[in-house]
Design a protein around this ligand. Structure first.
Ligand code: 5GP
Ligand code: ZN
Length: 112
């Protein structure tokens, strides 16, 4: 999608602090970190959000879930981490390209 911020990051039109990439995903540091470590993991293909998944995305989603703990460990999060996926306006989603937040390090409050 030409007007999608994260597609522009994938294409290199907007710079990012990339920490990982493979043929299906890239991961980069959030520009406004809410924790000591705050990564965004996104598929290379444009998917608006979880509400737009189809059956053909199942392998991709499985791959993303599989690499999340590896990414977290690679950033020093050896004692656990938090993942967040905001979906749609009522879910607080600001960027309309599916992304998984990985948060960790010092200062994570309890989630309740
Ligand atoms: P959402 O609220 O949609 O789940 O999260 C979007 C995230 O994207 C926010 O945490 C925000 O800080 C991050 N973000 C927005 N624009 C940019 C950008 O240009 N570069 C990077 N690295 N992160 C961004
Ligand atoms: Zn996109």
């Amino acid at each position: 999608m030409s007007d999608c911020l994260f597609c522009k990051i994938i294409d290199g039109d907007i710079p990012s602090d990339k920490v990982f990439e493979d043929d299906q995903v890239i991961a980069f540091k959030d520009i406004n970190p809410r924790a000591a470590v705050h990564l965004l993991v996104i598929p290379r293909i444009h998917i608006d959000n979880l509400d737009h998944l189809t059956a053909e995305h199942q392998m991709l989603i499985g791959h993303i879930m599989y690499i999340l703990p590896q990414l977290a460990r690679s950033q020093g999060l050896v004692n656990g981490f938090r993942t967040i996926i905001n979906t749609g306006p009522d879910g607080g989603q600001e960027v309309g390209h599916l992304h998984i937040h990985i948060l960790g390090g010092q200062g994570l409050s309890s989630f309740n």
